[in-house]
Design a protein. Structure first.
Length: 575
């Protein structure tokens, strides 16, 4: 940084604006004097960490009578980028901002470099209006926004959509943007950033980037349903995939084998984890990105949509000193979120709460989280065996996948630990037979199991366009058959707020199987689904569909949604 400033004036400005104290100024001036004036005052202050480069440049600009700018995409006109050759811009750390007739405003980090100003006049054939800016800001803007003339369509897409907040994401990965020529071109960076920015803004759970011979399609999964976000030219697919590989630190030359990775991005001051999966297709590589945003995780059971008839018994069960509490349902049914909320309810400074996950999706306070890595032999079972020697009070196993993990979880429950985990089953009652199929004997299941919670997610009616309507007669009959009287049905008409879907957000529907002493004996003797279901019915257990219809009656979701995600159930016995 070459900062040719009149020392007293620059120093006085820094002191007057509160950027440094008078004592710091005197110390810097003394140091400058000892080295014979070879270092400029601004350089001394910045090198010693006494003042930021931005503050020095701001005051230097004031001294020179020039404007100072903190650069963002609103301060320049992309149409003037071609006023200067790209190699000249990168070599001299300058950025054309805008042009008025024959005057060109240029961001420059060395405003007193008269030779550079002369070269700018010659290269642009314009009068130069210098605007002082930090060199690192100029380099970032050049890297992020300077267009590649070979791919104009991307500029149009990004300009039309707006890019004001995309740079917040780029800050996390700017240092690797130039690692590959095809993926390092600025428009590709901007496109990928825009895709991620849009996904986070729309609160999507997944991004699907799908190449075909005719187009590159981008879809977002919002509230459990995929919808189209972008359609791009097919020749962009390799560059987009390479850019994502660079961000995830994957092998950009490998296009024949699947790859998995992780990206961390920063948006609006918060860190967001992205899990990346690439799988080869005949037309290219399909990319799926899972978004894990800590701010969207609800860690309070009261916020997850539990009916009062289920919430209180659930609280009692997760408060047990030992035993197994299972949450079941298909992929994407919110099992992990429920477990995190349960852990938050039982965690505290006086308890050692540990999790074994693959991967660790969200980080929670006061909880020790361990990540499995099967590539190196660090399996769920391996971590669990070691974890039992770490004096745990509560253990959460991300998923019981095999007989070894199931047996260790049962052993932990029988030796005084409270164990939370998930299973992939269609109902709460089916969890018992699933454990039995994994090789766990009925008497061990009966002795260790406390509860099984089955759940699904239904989309919530958009509150902005909610309206009453009359459903088809068959749907009303389905509600009547379950013993749920619904006076008025609601749906979303579709509006801008919900992108015309009629839904905004999701809510869980649940069924809770509590294991009492008679059921323990039944499981020990006959751990099959039919026997357990018959007992659950006799005890008044409400099935998934019944709980969903209660939420239809409350105007939270639609009957179509409940019938879509749940199978037929029984009418609970009223006690």
């Amino acid at each position: 940084m070459s900062l040719l400033a009149r020392k007293p004036r620059l120093g006085d400005l820094l002191v007057d604006r509160g950027y440094i104290s008078a004592e710091v100024l005197q110390s810097a001036l003394a140091e400058q004097k000892t080295n014979g004036g070879r270092s400029l005052l601004g350089e001394v202050l910045v090198e010693r960490g006494l003042c930021s480069e931005e503050h020095v440049l701001e005051c230097l600009a004031t001294e020179l009578g020039l404007p100072y700018a903190r650069l963002d995409n609103r301060l320049f006109d992309p149409k003037v980028f071609d006023s200067l050759p790209r190699d000249f811009i990168e070599k001299n750390t300058v950025l054309p901002l805008f042009r008025v007739r024959d005057e060109l405003a240029v961001a420059i980090a060395e405003p007193t470099n008269v030779f550079l100003l002369d070269r700018l006049r010659d290269a642009s054939r314009c009068e130069i209006l210098p605007v002082v800016a930090a060199a690192k800001d100029i380099r970032r803007m050049v890297q992020t926004y300077l267009p590649n003339t070979r791919v104009f369509v991307i500029d149009d897409i990004i300009d039309d959509a707006g890019t004001a907040s995309v740079e917040l994401i780029e800050e996390e990965v700017a240092d690797i943007a130039a690692d590959a020529e095809s993926a390092g071109q600025s428009p590709i960076i901007r496109l990928v950033n825009y895709i991620l920015f849009t996904a986070i803004r729309e609160k999507a759970s997944d991004v699907h980037i799908e190449p075909s011979e005719r187009q590159l399609r981008v879809r977002l999964r919002v509230d459990g349903a995929l919808h189209k976000a972008l359609e791009l030219p097919p020749h962009l697919a390799p560059a987009v995939a390479s850019r994502i590989k660079i961000m995830a630190n994957l092998d950009i030359s490998e296009r024949r084998l699947p790859q998995d990775g992780r990206i961390q991005v920063l948006m609006e001051g918060r860190m967001i984890d992205l899990r990346v999966s690439l799988l080869p297709m005949p037309s290219g590589e399909k990319v799926v990105i899972r978004l894990l945003d800590n701010q969207t995780v609800r860690v309070d059971l009261r916020e997850l949509g539990f009916s009062a008839e289920i919430l209180e018994p659930l609280r009692e069960e997760i408060g047990q000193p030992n035993g197994i509490a299972l949450v079941t349902g298909p992929t994407g049914s919110g099992k992990s979120t429920t477990l995190y909320a349960a852990l938050a309810a039982v965690s505290g400074m006086e308890r050692n709460v540990c999790t074994v996950e693959d991967p660790v999706e969200f980080h929670l306070d006061l909880i020790n989280q361990f990540q499995a890595n099967e590539k190196i032999g660090l399996t769920f079972a391996t971590i669990l065996r070691s974890l039992l020697r770490q004096d745990p009070d509560v253990i959460m196993v991300g998923e019981i996948r095999d007989s070894e993990t199931a047996r260790i979880a049962v052993q932990a429950a029988l030796t005084g630990h409270l164990v939370f985990s998930t299973l992939h089953t269609n109902s709460a009652c089916a969890a018992v037979s699933r454990l039995n199929d994994m090789g766990v004997e009925g008497y061990l299941i009966g002795a260790s199991l406390n509860m099984v919670l089955a759940q699904r997610l239904c989309r919530r009616i958009c509150p902005k366009c909610k309206e009453p309507y009359e459903p088809p007669k068959g749907m009303r009959l389905a509600a009547d058959a379950m013993g749920v009287e619904i006076d008025e049905f609601f749906r979303g008409a579709g509006c801008r707020h919900c992108r015309g879907t009629g839904f905004s957000g999701r809510i869980g529907i649940h069924e809770l199987l509590r294991v009492d002493e008679p059921l323990r004996e039944l499981i020990s003797r006959t751990p099959n689904v039919k026997a357990i279901e018959d007992y659950a019915k006799s005890q008044g257990m409400a099935p998934l569909r019944y709980d969903g219809l209660r939420k239809v009656r409350e105007g939270i979701t639609t009957i179509d949604e409940v019938l879509r995600v749940s199978s037929e159930g029984w009418v609970p016995v009223r006690k």
